[in-house]
Design a protein around this ligand. Structure first.
Ligand code: AMP
Ligand code: GLY
Length: 418
């Protein structure tokens, strides 16, 4: 049987392995307390050591889930050892690792995005702010800040204060030593994911994430409290525009930069008056978007990633199921503020539900599964439409029990307004 190594430990990585387990023997580095039910967890952190292990164990394909190892160059190390790995190399991963690099790339290749200035000079930033004719104003730190480096300032003074805090290093240390100031785009957000092999791509169904902790998009930002796909908000026209105005020029631009883009291109979009604007790129799947997308793929997931890693996407036809998937995150009590005490997880009989559970922040202690904090698991429901899938997802949520379980009760509300 073919062998696949998945790097990461969250619900995103769980779902990739879960939907590939009939096609390949799965290994995780490091995996979590639930991945070991269908796969083998390996505890090797160093990339060189892991590559050696992958070679010795004849791994056919490695898939990297999170951005940190990509930005740190895991792909470069594996390729140096002659291994097949799906993901961007260190240079290409700068599309996510540096917002300044990304914005300058968008501008150079004429890809629609909010008007901006990038600078490390406080006076230049202030001047740009003074000349802006609308508020709110968006201020972003250059580097990776775990999703917290974006301030939507309601006034010019607030924007200046955010710039000052970032440039002085007070807010985000080194990551904030350069800033982006940009216009606020007023529209609705979509997440689009393209599997890329450097020249060709496969565009997956569009998803919507729910970044805020509480119902009605209130409360602090999180990694994502739920997602659904496909969203009816993405019309055929929008898919076409994203392909022509965003993905094709991005792949061409990366080729011209000498960095052909291989891996998942996650495009965070704002749709304004039916036109897509790029808010950000990420160089990996979204979490919890991946947990729904993997369930929607009707053809071989192994082939999709393998062909993506070997420049052969033109040889396959990725088919998508005619269904909707809705994922509701169940997080631990103190998320996203602080850690929580481990809490035992029990799950009632799921045989009358249509969906699955993607496990993330879990650990096995004496054969029992414990929630260990953060986003614990994602209950994913399947259905013929958004409402159906959402009902199934919440049916599963009701069957999952652990102390402090917390979730949003309005996932996919944007789609149900219509
Ligand atoms: P980012 O990390 O750049 O995607 O920003 C995080 C979130 O901030 C996005 O998901 C949007 O909700 C919001 N945001 C970022 N940039 C803008 C913008 N120019 N206009 C409106 N909202 C924005
Ligand atoms: N769910 C959004 C992200 O993974 O960045």
């Amino acid at each position: 049987m073919r062998k696949v190594l998945i790097v990461g430990s969250g619900g995103r990585e769980y779902s990739i392995g879960y939907f590939m387990k009939d096609e390949a023997e799965i290994f995780y580095a490091p995996g979590n307390g639930a991945t070991d039910e269908f796969a083998t967890n390996i505890d090797i952190k160093d990339f060189e050591e892991l590559a050696k292990w992958a070679k010795e164990n004849k791994i056919d394909l490695t898939i990297v889930g999170p951005e940190a190892p990509l930005v740190d160059g895991i792909v470069d190390v594996f390729k140096k050892h002659g291994l097949t790995i799906f993901g961007p190399n260190k240079d290409a991963a700068r599309l996510e690792g540096s917002k300044v690099y990304m914005k300058n790339f968008l501008k150079k290749y004429n890809i629609p995005t909010a008007k901006y200035i990038e600078t490390d000079d406080m006076q230049k930033a202030y001047q740009f702010i003074e000349n802006m004719d609308k508020t709110p104003i968006v201020v972003k730190a250059d580097g990776l800040c775990a999703g917290k480096g974006v301030i939507i300032a309601e006034s010019k003074d607030e924007a200046k204060k955010a710039v000052e805090e970032m440039l002085s290093g007070k807010a985000f240390g080194e990551a904030g030593k350069k800033v982006i100031v940009e216009e606020f785009l007023d529209g609705f957000e979509l997440s689009m994911f393209a599997i890329c092999d450097g020249k060709d791509f496969v565009l997956l169904p569009a998803a919507q994430d729910h970044k805020r902790l509480l119902d009605g998009d209130k409360g602090p930002n999180t990694g994502g409290m739920g997602a659904y796909a496909p969203t009816p908000l993405a019309t055929a026209e929008i898919y076409e525009k994203v392909k022509e105005k965003v993905i094709k020029p991005t792949l061409k631009g990366m080729q011209e930069e000498g960095n052909p883009y291989e891996g998942v291109l996650f495009i965070g979009l704002m749709i304004v008056d039916n036109e897509p604007y790029v808010l950000e790129y990420n160089v990996r799947f979204g979490d919890p978007e991946c947990e729904e997308l993997m369930a929607l793929i009707d053809t071989s997931i192994y082939d999709m990633f393998y062909n993506g890693a070997t420049k052969q996407l033109d040889k396959i036809d990725v088919k998508i199921k005619d269904m909707v998937a809705v994922g509701v995150v169940c997080a631990s009590k103190n998320y996203p503020y602080s850690s929580s005490e481990p809490a035992v997880i029990t799950v009632d009989d799921l045989s009358d539900t249509n969906g699955y559970i993607a496990y993330a922040g879990v650990k096995k202690i004496d054969g029992k599964l414990y929630a260990t904090g953060g986003r614990v698991l994602v209950c994913v429901g399947f259905g013929k439409d958004v409402k159906d899938a959402r009902d199934e997802a919440y049916k599963i949520v009701d069957k999952v029990h652990f102390e402090g379980k917390k979730y949003r009760s309005d996932i996919a509300y944007q789609a149900l307004k219509y």
